[in-house]
Design a protein around this ligand. Sequence first.
Ligand SMILES: *Cc1c(COP(=O)(O)O)cnc(C)c1O
Length: 367
Amino acid sequence: MKIPLVDLKIQYESIKPEIDIAIQRVIDNTAFIMGKEVAAFEEAFAAYCGARYAVGVSSGTGALFLTLLGYGIGPGDEVITTPFTFFATGEAISQVGARPVFVDVDPVTYNIDPNQIADAITPYTKAIMPVHLYGQPAEMDAINALAKKHDLVVIEDAAQAHGSTYNGQRPGTLGDAACFSFYPSKNLGCFGDGGAVVTNDERLAQRVRSLRDHGRSSKYEHAELGYGHRLDGIQAAILRAKLPHLDDWNEGRRQRAARYSELLADTVVITPQHLPQTTPVYHCYVIRTPQRDRVLQHLRDAGVGVGVHYPIPLHLQPAYRHLELEPGSFPVSETLAGEVLSLPIYAELSDEQQDYVVEHIRQSLDG
Ligand SMILES: *Cc1c(COP(=O)(O)O)cnc(C)c1O
C-alpha cells in the first residue's frame, strides 16, 4: 500500500466541477491579479473567521511580513515567538529588521509556554507572535493578558489553524491580527501561493492593503514604498470554492485524529493532547517517541508518507547562528525536534489506510 502524507488530488476530485467553474470564470473575466474574486473571497473569509477584515496577500510569509510592517515593527524592536515552528515565523520578524526572541514551548501542547514569556519581555519588545502549531490555538488568554499589561501587539501565526477555535472564537479574533497561509497543503489551500491577514483593526487592514500593492493610493499614485504581495484572482476563486467545505474537511481530520489516538492508545507513543478550550484542526497529526527515527524509516519503507515538523528548532538553524543560542537554550523544543513524527491526515483517509499505518508503527516499536 502507498499512503501519501498529503493527498491533494483526492480532495480536488471530490469537488472538481466547483473548482473548474471557478477557474474558468477568472479566465473569462481576465481579472488575474486582485479584482472581484479577491474582494469576494476577502469578504467570505473575514465572515468565516468572525472578523471585520481579511486582506488577501501573496503567501503566509507575506502576511506575517506585512502585518509586522503594518504595526511599525522594525530595526531595534524585539518580537517574542516560539523556536518550534516553520522557519517563516522567525524569518518574517528578521525580514522587517526586528529581532526574534524565542521562548520555549509547553511540553504538552507544543505551543509557546505563556509562563515563560514574561521573562523574555524587555523595553524593546513590541509584539508576541504565537503560532497555533499543527492547528491547535496557543494559550491566548494568558498571552493577551501579558500583552495588555506590557502594551504589546499580538500577531497570530495561524498558517496551520484555519477554522480552529479557542473559547469558541476563531483565529483572526484571538489577537490583534492573524496571518494565514493558503499554501496547497494547508487546511485551506489554493493551487499556488496565497495568504491573508485577518483582523478587527481597521487601521492595520488599510496599512496591509496599501503595502501589498506598492503603497498605491490610486492607479498611478503611490503614497509610500510598498511591496508586490498581491493575491491572484485564480487563487481567490479556488479559495472561494473551497471555503464552504472547510468545516467538513476539518471535522474529517478530527475524526481521523481521534481514531489514530484510539488505535495508538496502548502503545508507548505519545499522541496529541489539546486544551479543553480549543477545537484543533489537525493540520498535522503528530506522535512523539524517542524511537522516532526507527519508526520513521519503517513507515517510509512500508510506503507511508511521513514528515517531521520540525527537525531543527529555529534557534539552531544556520541562518540564526548570529543569535548565538547554544543547544540546550530551549530544551523542550530541542527534545521535540528529535521525537515528533507527522502521520498522513486528511478527511479522505480511509480506515484501511489508517490501520495499515498503525500496524506498521506497532511493528517498528516491537522490532
Ligand atoms: C506554512 C507556514 C507559514 C508560511 O506560509 P507560506 O504561505 O508558505 O509563506 C508560516 N508559518 C507557519 C507556522 C506555517 O506552517
